[in-house]
Design a protein around this ligand. Structure first.
Ligand SMILES: Cc1cc2nc3c(=O)[nH]c(=O)nc-3n(C[C@H](O)[C@H](O)[C@H](O)COP(=O)(O)OP(=O)(O)OC[C@H]3O[C@@H](n4cnc5c(N)ncnc54)[C@H](O)[C@@H]3O)c2cc1C
Length: 502
């Protein structure tokens, strides 16, 4: 989902073809299939893996756990070194992965990235340049994306439905005070966050709402808008996330003085996943492989990996491990190291892709934001607004972010009756954002449930890097849940930083 739609542009034309508050009905006539992917079920393979027959020892220099952005970036940095990377699921990318339906590929998680100013971290920028993803514009001092067809034009970037009524942008009008006090941070909130200067890190000790109240008022419409945007990017509201995360959101790019490119291919950030895969040796990276045990010994590290494709376990001896999987898993894989991460809170997310039969209906916007009493529903991204040379279907990707204490609701998705209920509820909400119900157009629904989708950057969370105080020098950590903001660039940088340590 997009962010930072803050400065309002004057245009009335964007409402064409959309009606507000038009309630929809779920149709019983239309038949469609629902496919559910649940990371809870995937994680439970840990226990199945432990009983698989065990093979002999293989030797390698390094093992990378996890094939999300961080693990793949670590592998790209290791280059020609002798390593093996293991990803437990059937696809690459973790929370940046995609799904296929026939010839369509669409995001089941991260959807977009924004262009980078020249003061961002050289390591991650260097990798993206090497992957042919970005190019430097010396006049604007920005790193722009090479494949311009995936840029989303300003005119169709977003529409916000506030209690059913369409308007432009999430932010209410007349909040200049809020912008004023953010001003001093512009240009001083880089990515990766490890580059943030010490003097600004005090913002990491309080919540965003506490900080706003010391500087300005927080009227209800502004609070709702900020909470929506924090939930959308960080998985929780302004009374939970740190002031540093909040300030960073609004000031990490020159939004108010320059045009910042918004890059969103139909497959979302799986685009970057593919770019990374293109430079990795296929024989060294393995899907369907779960690391289920790590033992540090005098002569090195022994790693146990379950190969679910052949139903066997392998024992691998190596010198180093880059752990780029969810740190929650350490509880079972290497319990001694879990204590460092036991304070990390994760936001549960559910992503539903609605594949529609016909392609052109209504005027489409890339991001369709929902400000309503259903605070877990954030709206949807519409593939109609993304570049597709051969459009056959239209895919609406709806996002739900749940409070941490409602994670249990995701378990119900494993029951077909409940997954249908989730789909129906999402469809009713989507119908409120269209002039005609979409029910009869639905061909398939893909649901991805991520119980621990992203770390919530609460006060004290950022900059707490487990690599600064390693109990075992052989084990290093990558991934956004190692004291980073839950963002693509942070994941990329965390992988490179970890690989540099071994
Ligand atoms: C719904 C959603 C939307 C988002 N949208 C955006 C966006 O638009 N832009 C943006 O910048 N960021 C976005 N983010 C955040 C971004 O996707 C993440 O910050 C980033 O992809 C995290 O990468 P990672 O490698 O740190 O972790 P993950 O993506 O979580 O990858 C970890 C990988 O490790 C694997 N793994 C775990 N344990 C094991 C094990 N024991 N053995 C083997 N493999 C294991 C997992 O299966 C997973 O593939 C979004 C996140 C979510 C959830």
């Amino acid at each position: 989902m997009n962010r930072r739609r803050f400065i309002r542009l004057s245009s009335g034309a964007f409402l064409t073809g959309l009606t507000g508050g038009c309630g929809g009905q779920s149709s019983e006539d239309n038949q469609y299939e629902i496919k559910v992917v649940s990371d809870r079920l995937q994680a439970h393979q840990l226990f199945q893996g432990n009983v698989l027959p065990l093979d002999d020892v293989i030797n390698t220099d390094a093992i990378i756990v996890g094939g999300g952005i961080a693990g793949l970036a670590a592998a790209a940095h290791l280059g020609a070194r002798d390593y093996h990377l293991f990803e437990l699921s059937d696809r690459w990318g973790g929370s940046s992965s995609s799904q296929r339906h026939g010839r369509e590929e669409f995001s089941q998680g991260a959807h977009y990235e924004l262009a980078y100013p020249d003061y961002y971290g050289a390591e991650a920028l260097g990798l993206l340049e090497r992957l042919n993803v970005i190019v430097f514009d010396g006049i604007r001092r920005m790193w722009d994306f090479r494949e311009k067809q995936y840029l989303i034009p300003q005119s169709i970037k977003s529409i916000c439905f506030d209690r059913g009524q369409p308007r432009e942008g999430v932010m209410p009008e007349g909040e200049e005070r809020f912008l004023d006090f953010l001003g001093p941070y512009l240009g001083r909130m880089p990515l990766p966050t490890r580059l943030i200067e010490k003097e600004n890190r005090r913002l990491n000790e309080m919540t965003f709402h506490e900080y706003i109240r010391t500087e300005s008022e927080l009227p209800e419409p502004l609070r709702r808008a900020i909470d929506y945007q924090m939930l959308d990017d960080y998985g929780s509201t302004g009374d939970q996330i740190s002031a540093l995360a909040g300030v960073h959101y609004y000031t990490c790019r020159p939004y108010y003085t320059q045009k910042v490119e918004l890059f969103s291919p139909p497959q979302g950030n799986a685009y970057f996943v593919q770019k990374l895969l293109d430079v990795l040796p296929p024989e060294q990276i393995h899907l369907h492989h779960m690391v289920n045990n790590i033992t540090v010994e005098k002569q090195g590290v022994e790693v146990e990996v379950s190969d679910f494709a052949v139903g066997r376990r392998r024992r691998i001896r190596c010198q180093n491990v880059i752990f780029a999987g969810h740190k929650l898993g350490l509880k079972y894989i290497l319990p001694k190291l879990y204590s460092f991460f036991n304070q990390v809170s994760y936001a549960p997310w559910v992503v539903l892709n609605f594949v529609l039969r016909d392609h052109h209906r209504d005027r489409s916007f890339w991001q369709n934001e929902w400000l309503g009493k259903e605070t877990d529903f954030l709206g949807f991204v519409d593939s109609d607004s993304q570049y597709n040379p051969n459009p056959k279907k239209r895919v609406l990707t709806a996002y739900f972010c749940l409070p941490e204490d409602q994670r249990w609701r995701l378990t119900s998705l494993e029951d077909p009756v409940e997954s249908k209920r989730w789909a129906s509820r999402a469809m009713i909400l989507l119908n409120k954002m269209f002039s005609h119900p979409i029910d009869n157009l639905v061909e398939a629904i893909y649901i991805k449930a991520m119980g621990h989708a992203m770390p919530i950057p609460k006060p004290g969370y950022l900059f707490r890097d487990a690599n600064d105080a390693r109990l075992y020098p052989e084990i290093v950590f990558a991934g956004v849940d190692n004291g980073r903001l839950p963002l693509f660039f942070e994941a990329l940088d965390s992988g490179i930083s970890a690989a540099k340590l071994i």
